[in-house]
Design a protein around this ligand. Structure first.
Ligand code: GH3
Ligand code: MG
Ligand code: MG
Ligand code: MG
Length: 314
């Protein structure tokens, strides 16, 4: 038996769940022609639990960024064969990396030259010599800020789940990753049953509580590395990497069953809601991309709706 849920306690529990997940280690890419200095920075970062890699060959910057996926680039201004701002300009040409923080670190103290360098799309300018703790705190706060912005941009404000475009991107990424690793991934689409009726009977605000409750239940029941998004109004997409057919069915149907027992309250009445789930596995559709797999999941969902709702269909 699960107690009826109200908005404040829901929000509290969602926040608690958010905080329980530990933040992943930060990642910094160091670009400096002075190998000893670069290595020194790397050790400083490493001792502070920040993953750091040094770019050995500046012509490889895009490959390196795509492979290492840094959350900040620490860039020397003057290098014998390269001008830092030109390299920053190369990174900025890629839409994916348009918001990646780039921080120049140089002994250049001429303010005009600093400002000039910033115009190439850098976010900050630190001057050498710099103490280790100053460097760490500048880099940490930059990355934290970038993470906050990223969360605001990519997350749905009602539920805190990934929003439409972000979950779609995540599906594409996970499918191509699975293809590379020859592993399996399941993509599920979930839709609340007869939700119009819930809104019509109990009002839109109560409908929103139901939507939040699903988000919370999904966070609780899915595994840490599963990815959850709010695909549309009362539709959700779930990505389950490396999950067998049996496991997928078990995890998703467990969510469906549990949700059907949650009691919602509106004034003096109590009510329950159900959900329908359709899912597809990449292994059943070799060579298909993310959006194609989403269509397969949607077909399964449509079938679940047509044949009685409140069920999980592959
Ligand atoms: P079905 O079982 O076939 O899914 O029936 P349904 O009534 O749920 O039909 P449908 O999925 O088409 O209805 C979606 C409804 O969800 C319509 C819309 O008013 C409502 N809705 C969409 N977004 C929100 C939201 O953010 N909050 C609330 N409260 N309602 C929403
Ligand atoms: Mg230099
Ligand atoms: Mg719908
Ligand atoms: Mg619906």
């Amino acid at each position: 038996f699960i107690k009826p849920l109200d908005v404040p306690s829901l929000i509290n529990r969602v926040v608690q769940l958010f905080e329980r997940k530990r933040a992943p280690a930060k990642r910094v890419l160091i670009v400096d022609d002075d190998k000893r200095l670069a290595e020194h920075y790397r050790l400083v970062f490493e001792s502070a639990n920040i993953e750091a890699e040094i770019l050995e060959n500046p012509t490889e910057i895009i490959n390196k960024v795509n492979q290492f996926r840094p959350e900040l680039i620490l860039m020397d201004l003057y290098m014998p064969d390269y001008f830092g701002p030109d390299l920053a300009g190369v990174v900025r040409q890629y839409e994916n990396w348009a918001s990646l923080p780039i921080v120049f670190l140089s002994s250049e103290t001429d303010l005009d030259k600093q400002i000039d360098a910033m115009q190439y799309g850098a976010d900050d300018f630190l001057t050498k010599p710099i103490s280790d703790s100053q460097l760490l705190s500048a880099v940490r706060s930059r990355i934290n800020r970038a993470r906050q912005l990223e969360a605001l941009i990519s997350r749905d404000s009602l539920t805190g789940l990934l929003k439409h475009s972000s979950i779609k991107d995540a599906v594409e990424n996970e499918i191509s990753r699975a293809q590379r690793n020859q592993s399996s991934v399941s993509v599920a689409m979930l839709d609340i049953d007869s939700f119009k009726q819930v809104n019509d009977t109990y009002g839109h605000a109560t409908g929103d509580v139901v939507i939040c409750a699903i988000a919370m239940l999904l966070r609780q029941r899915l595994r840490q590395y599963d990815i959850i998004g709010r695909y549309g109004g009362e539709e959700f997409v779930i990505i389950l990497p490396e999950c067998s057919l049996q496991q997928t069915l078990q995890i998703l149907d467990d969510v469906r069953q549990r949700f059907s027992t949650v009691k919602f309250r509106h004034q003096d009445s109590e009510f329950c809601c159900t959900i329908s789930i359709g899912f597809a596995m990449n292994t059943d559709f070799p060579g298909r991309n993310g959006s194609e797999l989403l269509i397969q999941a949607d077909n399964a969902l449509y079938y679940a709706k047509r044949t009685g709702r409140n069920q999980t269909i592959n």
